[in-house]
Ligand binder design. Sequence first.
Ligand SMILES: CC(C)(COP(=O)(O)OP(=O)(O)OC[C@H]1O[C@@H](n2cnc3c(N)ncnc32)[C@H](O)[C@@H]1OP(=O)(O)O)[C@@H](O)C(=O)NCCC(=O)NCCS
Length: 166
Amino acid sequence: MEFGAPSHSFASPMAISVRPALEADIDRLVDIENAVFAGDRLSRRSLRRLVASPSAVIILAEIDGNTIGYAVVLLRRGTLAARLYSIAVAPELAGRRVGAGLLEAAENIARSQGRALMRLEVRTDNGPAIGLYQGAGYRIFGRKPGYYQDGEDALRMEKMLAEAVR
Ligand SMILES: CC(C)(COP(=O)(O)OP(=O)(O)OC[C@H]1O[C@@H](n2cnc3c(N)ncnc32)[C@H](O)[C@@H]1OP(=O)(O)O)[C@@H](O)C(=O)NCCC(=O)NCCS
């Protein structure tokens, strides 16, 4: 799939750049996954499959070539919705707008692929992520009981992308 947008920097006091992940980035993605998530982790195999998939994009955020976060966008056929499948920022860089930049990059990719909305699931007890999404204009539209491995429910959230064009 054409990624659509070249690597670029987003507004941040740090020199952060984003680019699509490649096969060679899998180890770095696994490291972040292990550092960030206690459960429901994406396996190395899943990450490899996502990097190779024509209907998925993994966006890496980097500082000086070091991976500090990533987001996964799924672009399945037959729907106008894109899905934010995962987003994670290295714990030592939390709260410095890296997540917001990755989310914006994910939305730009979805928009460039003609998607009208972004949808996602988030744990009901994940305050930072819910704060990130609400701050970016997402609204809760549903709930999936027992969605996570430990039985926690997911909130379903969505944002119309067309309205977000500036
Ligand atoms: C959720 C996550 C990606 C946010 O990334 P981040 O880079 O720390 O977030 P940002 O600095 O970009 O914050 C953007 C907004 O999110 C919200 N936010 C971020 N951290 C927050 C916290 N600890 N509590 C409440 N809101 C928070 C705020 O609204 C913030 O806006 P502000 O900077 O104007 O206050 C990060 O905390 C993370 O990787 N968490 C673990 C993985 C995870 O839970 N992923 C989501 C799965 S659905």
